[in-house]
Write a protein that binds this ligand. Structure first.
Ligand SMILES: [Zn+2]
Length: 636
């Protein structure tokens, strides 16, 4: 059966199933969804069971859209929405997504707009034929989210074409060439950085993560192994991104530069955060005079090809693969991708970068899957000795370091990744000051931290319940505490470096570029100051060298070699990490259900992956592997 026949059969089924007065005008595969355009969508929206039944029958995601011709003009829609909602809802902005026929309403009181059991929403649809998407106005405005929204508005036609092409590819008829399932290690195997796995079935070819090793100095170790014969960008069906950190998402735009035109699947927070980090990566690399692997226009292509999914949403991403994201507990929006091959043929999950414990920001990683034959698991802290102290201990330790340093009149520098650890540390510092355990001294953030906090708080549904409630409670939002100030210029930076005692939370997290290095150079020769590492320091980075105890560093500045003697106190507090420690990894292996037949250990230094893999074999009697990059593993 050809693609056209598949589409025609689906269309016929939908026409037969839906009531005649729904006046269907067009049915199209748009990305993984079947979009049904109706001139009378009220019929379908009022009785949701009709669409649910249809989706179940087709085993596809069905969305109802109003035919663009029957939608009320935008200005009139804005008027009607304001009229219906009144002042009470405190609407702050009204935007449109023409492609999907949505009116996006941001308000301070979203409950008013939703109304009693969705009454207000139904009135809005009935009067305007736009489907309302209601959101609480984010407490901090995000530039990146605004840019992405405008990008979609301006490129609505183009995006529709893109989704059609993707839909075409997903719903093509299956021609099985063979029934083997293989994974090729393109990056992040027996190492940390440039995570990238290639999953190949008889029918499809999927990339899981596509990262850059930002700590690496040699191009050979920086990017995924796209030179391997197994990889062919032309044959790629889909790209799945677990979370926004550059070692998992930084190389995605490169694929578009070299002709990829398929989808990138991820969660909404990951889309926003990875776009921010990719733009920042280009800016930093540009300033350092490095060759750029891609340009801004490739990032835009990547955004236009991105399809966002919620946790638990089952989606076809190729003719024989279904994807579901589960919470990974690592950073906001981070996911464990679960892939289901064929009709019940095989299941695999990629637990890369997981935190199997509650943090200030997130719930613990999910460990229950409907089915599971092969589990990939990280091992950043995979050595038996990698047992991290409890959070309370770490908070105490941090408090003592800060108290000690400010008593001497010094400053405390905390290098962090903009996304994840930065927010975790800010919540901790705000808490210590609120409880009176620390005096109210300024906390300066530098780098992309404020923007990352803005994106984080714009997606409250992805955060832990306690934090979600605080974010919207006046005076309770930890990210808006008055002590926290974002540095916006070089002058401000200078003032902080030479000013009174303060805490500085700055990127990058491993001191490999960015403002944290400038602060380090300004503060390192004064013994009153302290440097606190709160996250993993990649091999070869300045952070890792300092952690290992070097006492001086040489830097070339304006053509001259300058020597810095490290006099400041150096501390490492590992317990704030977004990764699981060895104990949590072991507990994950014990608790994951169902029990996988095989575990593949990834994302850890060579000695850690192999040690953890042998522990798994000894304790579970399941096959366990720790292959290096370049290996192809036949799963079936
Ligand atoms: Zn990560």
């Amino acid at each position: 059966m050809s693609y056209k026949e598949v589409l025609e059969r689906t269309i016929k089924e939908i026409h037969d199933e839906l009531p005649k007065n729904s006046e269907i005008s067009k049915i199209e595969f748009e990305g993984p969804e079947v979009a049904v355009y109706s001139r009378n969508p009220r019929v379908l929206v009022d009785d949701e069971t009709i669409v649910k039944e249809l989706a179940k029958r087709l085993r596809k995601r069905v969305v109802i859209r109003s035919d663009p011709e029957v939608r009320l003009p935008k200005d009139e829609t804005i008027f009607v929405v304001n009229e219906l909602v009144g002042k009470e809802g405190e609407i702050t902005t009204i935007d449109f997504d023409e492609l999907v026929g949505e009116v996006i309403i941001e308000a301070l009181k979203p409950g008013v707009i939703i109304g009693k059991s969705g009454e207000m929403l139904r009135s809005i649809i009935a009067k305007t034929l736009w489907r309302p998407r209601v959101m609480r106005t984010p407490p901090i405005e995000s530039r990146v989210i605004k840019t992405i929204r405008h990008l979609y508005q301006e490129n609505s036609k183009k995006r529709q074409e893109i989704l059609k092409v993707i839909g075409h590819r997903i719903h093509r008829p299956i021609i099985y060439r063979d029934d083997t399932i293989r994974v090729t290690a393109l990056g992040g195997f027996a190492e940390v950085g440039r995570s990238c796995s290639l999953l190949q079935t008889g029918e499809s070819s999927i990339l899981i993560d596509c990262g850059i090793n930002v700590g690496s100095n040699s191009p050979n170790n920086t990017f995924p192994r796209f030179d391997l014969p197994e990889f062919d960008v032309e044959k790629l069906d889909a790209v799945v991104i677990s979370h926004a950190h550059l070692d998992h998402s930084g190389f995605v735009p490169y694929l578009f530069k070299y002709g990829y035109n398929g989808a990138v699947y991820t969660t909404r927070p990951t889309r926003d955060l990875m776009t921010m980090l990719q733009i920042d990566y280009l800016d930093v690399a540009n300033k350092e005079g490095k060759t750029l692997p891609y340009e801004k226009k490739d990032i835009i292509e990547s955004v236009l090809h991105t399809i966002v999914l919620d946790y638990g949403e089952v989606t076809d991403i190729s003719p024989d693969i279904r994807l579901t994201f589960h919470n990974a507990g690592h950073i906001v929006g981070s996911a464990i991708p679960h892939l289901h091959v064929g009709e019940g043929v095989y299941n695999l999950a990629f637990a890369q970068d997981i935190k199997f414990a509650k943090s200030n920001l997130l719930d613990a990683a999910n460990s229950r899957f409907p089915r599971l034959e092969t589990l990939f698991i990280e091992s950043t802290y995979g050595k038996p000795q990698d047992i991290l102290p409890p959070r309370v201990e770490c908070e105490k330790q941090l408090r003592n370091i800060i108290l000690d340093s400010i008593k001497k009149g010094g400053k405390v520098l905390i290098p962090v990744l903009a996304v994840g650890r930065a927010q975790e540390i800010l919540v901790v510092l705000e808490g210590l000051m609120r409880n009176g355990e620390l005096p109210n001294i300024p906390v300066y953030t530098d780098g992309m931290i404020r923007e990352a906090s803005a994106i984080t708080t714009a997606h409250p549904e992805f955060l832990s319940k306690a934090l979600r409630e605080r974010i919207f409670h006046a005076g309770q939002n930890p990210f808006l505490a008055e002590q926290i100030k974002q540095i916006a210029s070089m002058e401000e930076r200078e003032l902080v470096m030479h000013g009174d005692p303060a805490i500085i939370v700055a990127t990058s997290g491993m001191l490999n570029g960015g403002p944290s290095v400038m602060y380090f150079k300004a503060l390192c020769q004064d013994p009153r100051n302290a440097l606190v590492f709160v996250s993993y320091q990649g091999k070869g980075t300045l952070g890792s060298k300092i952690q290992k105890g070097i006492t001086e560093i040489q830097v070339v500045e304006n053509g001259k070699t300058v020597m810095y003697h490290i006099e400041m106190a150096i501390h490492s507090i590992t317990g704030f990490t977004g990764h699981s420690d060895r104990k949590e990894l072991e507990s994950y292996i014990h608790k994951v259900t169902p029990k996988p037949e095989r575990v593949i250990v990834i994302h850890g230094e060579e000695s850690k992956v192999s040690k953890f893999a042998s522990w798994i074999y000894k304790n579970t009697k399941r096959e366990s592997l720790a292959p290096p990059n370049g290996t192809t593993i036949r799963l079936r």
